[in-house]
Design a protein around this ligand. Structure first.
Ligand code: DMJ
Length: 571
């Protein structure tokens, strides 16, 4: 028997309840392309830092300032795939983006509650820690992710706090120039480029003025550390054994600062490092590449180790990106990229020997000795960005072979995730290599002799078995997806995301794990670096978002995934 009035009342109640639940859900989780739905009512109140670095005397001033290249911006080839309407509006991907955003929000809320204004939240104990001068690294690094995810209310709350930061207040005696540039300066500039909030640019400029002091050395190349007392005393000099990436990947941030403020001094600073790179590119033991460690003070590039991984990575990453942000007006970035990549293909890339002969590549490490160049076939999580670099370089300079190489490297990193029981890639791992990029037959005897039988066939070892929440693999998968439109990459990303969540989640956020080779309950490190929310979760979110959200034809991303607006071609 049916009682009609009861059923319809029940339905009405159910409909009301569902609508309320949906509204609550959407309020927290606006759609990926929701744009600027929230308007911030209050004026953002900017507070100046208590020390003005522009008042400090330069002990090694430049004679004349090198200006930003002026002229008609070159129309560069399109980077992104022409996506179909179905790909642009895919409800399944939309749902995945929302899940990624919820993972981000969980960490953000926890950071707010337990570590607000500190550099990092400790995800196991829920404590706070200051690892980068105590200027709220996670907060600054996360700003543009908040904006991109449509979390505008949270964004403006964070901006209100950021523009109150006093860069003169720190317990440290100095700062790491590279990290402060890519995370803090990059974070402020990216957030400004997206939101146009003027106070962010003022803060970026303040910080830029402090970082600019690092260039006050006899040859205008900055050291690894900026030590406040050395700056004031005029005691600074470039390092004699510094990571090549450190002074060589400040360029994108300083260029964007020059473009936005109209002050050429920031460009002058990094253009002198560019000139050093150009001068020395053919002088190293592997001409075309720069060694991982460089004597910047005496301008010698005599070290014997060469890699695209730790300590060297973003030097190479920034070559095509600098060409792009300058609208093609500084041609040496293209020639340096081309020359370096020829040497990389010849000496650094290797193909692993695998039973199914999978066509994938990894960047390894080369040593130049009297006998010649020897390659250590070791992959690094950090060098997984190389896939994206080849793809972007290939599109920008019209080199199809580079797009194919980038594809093979990206798929190599995805494969290495799947090869471990946790579904995650170790920090550093050894592989048995084919002698040629064209591949080789599986050799069981060689595997038995050189391989580690406890690992998937092909691996020699998992020398550093930890996973530190790093972004480089998903970064390349995201870029390759935007360039090829290959939907299988979204599936790869989804599996990767789920495995990362499974292995790293803690009650307070997500934690680095100690060993990806051990399945089951993973052992956690009490560490969640700011790049987890600045980069890793942003790339996961972007791959599931419509392709016009941070289109690679509109933005160039710094090495910490902060989007800088590309120059517009005059049409
Ligand atoms: C980030 O800070 C940047 O991506 C940097 O270029 C390399 N290391 C981390 C992420 O792994």
């Amino acid at each position: 028997m049916t009682i009609p009035w009861r059923r319809s009342r029940f339905r009405r109640l159910l409909a009301v309840a569902l609508t309320i639940a949906l509204l609550l859900y959407l309020r927290r989780t606006p759609p990926p392309d929701s744009g600027n739905t929230y308007t911030h009512k209050q004026r953002i109140r900017f507070r100046k830092s208590s020390f003005d670095w522009t008042t400090v005397e330069q002990h090694h001033p430049v004679q004349s300032v090198i200006p930003l290249p002026r002229g008609k911006v070159k129309p560069l080839p399109r980077i992104q795939h022409q996506f179909s309407r179905k790909q642009k509006n895919d409800p399944a991907s939309y749902a995945r983006a929302v899940i990624v955003r919820n993972a981000f929000l969980r960490c953000w809320d926890s950071y707010k509650e337990h570590a607000w204004l500190h550099d990092e939240l400790k995800p196991v104990t829920g404590d706070a820690t200051d690892t980068f001068g105590g200027w709220a690294a996670t907060l600054v690094d996360s700003l543009d992710t908040l904006w991109i995810m449509g979390l505008k209310e949270e964004f403006f709350e964070a901006v209100e706090a950021v523009v109150q930061l006093d860069f003169s207040e720190t317990t440290e005696s100095g700062i790491n120039v590279f990290e402060t540039t890519i995370r803090h300066l990059g974070g402020l500039l990216g957030a400004y480029d997206l939101s146009g909030e003027p106070a962010l640019l003022l803060k970026a400029r303040e910080l830029g003025d402090m970082l600019y002091m690092a260039f006050d050395t006899p040859n205008r190349i900055p050291g690894f550390w900026l030590t406040f007392n050395d700056v004031l005393a005029g005691n600074q000099s470039a390092g004699t054994h510094d990571p090549s990436a450190s002074p060589a990947s400040l360029s994108l941030e300083f260029t964007r600062l020059a473009q936005l403020t109209g002050d050429d001094k920031y460009y002058d600073a990094i253009d002198r490092v560019r000139a050093f790179l150009e001068r020395t590119q053919d002088e190293s033991l592997l001409p075309g590449m720069w060694p991982t460690m460089i004597n910047f003070r005496d301008e010698q590039v005599t070290d014997s180790a060469f890699s695209l991984g730790a300590l060297a990575d973003s030097l190479y990453e920034y070559l095509p990106k600098m060409y792009i942000i300058l609208g093609g007006l500084e041609p040496s970035y293209e020639s340096m990229y081309r020359k370096a990549m020829d040497v990389v293909v010849e000496n650094i890339l290797f193909r692993p020997m695998l039973p199914d002969k999978k066509d994938i590549l990894f960047p390894g490490t080369a040593f130049v000795r009297n006998e010649g160049v020897s390659l250590v076939p070791e992959g690094q999580h950090l060098s997984c960005f190389v896939g994206a670099m080849f793809v972007v370089g290939g599109k920008t300079f019209g080199i199809d072979e580079h797009v194919r190489i980038g594809d093979r490297i990206t798929r190599g990193c995805a494969w290495a995730y799947e090869a471990f029981p946790t579904g995650l890639m170790p920090e550093i791992f050894g592989l048995i290599d084919c002698r040629s990029l064209a591949g080789c037959d599986w050799d069981e005897d060689r595997w038995l002799e050189e391989g580690d039988p406890s690992l998937t066939k092909g691996f020699r070892n998992a020398r550093e078995p930890q996973y530190l929440l790093r972004p480089e693999a998903i970064e390349s998968i995201f870029v390759l997806y935007r360039v090829t439109g290959d939907e299988s990459l979204r599936q790869t990303a989804w599996t990767m995301f789920q495995r990362i969540m499974m292995a790293t989640e803690t009650p307070f956020g997500n934690a680095a794990i100690k060993n990806v080779t051990v399945d089951g309950a993973t052992e956690k490190e009490d560490s969640m670096e700011s790049f987890w929310m600045a980069e890793t979760l942003k790339y996961f979110y972007l791959i599931f978002s419509p392709p016009d959200v941070i289109s690679l034809d509109d933005y160039v991303l710094n090495t910490e995934a902060h989007p800088f607006r590309r120059p517009k071609t005059d049409s």
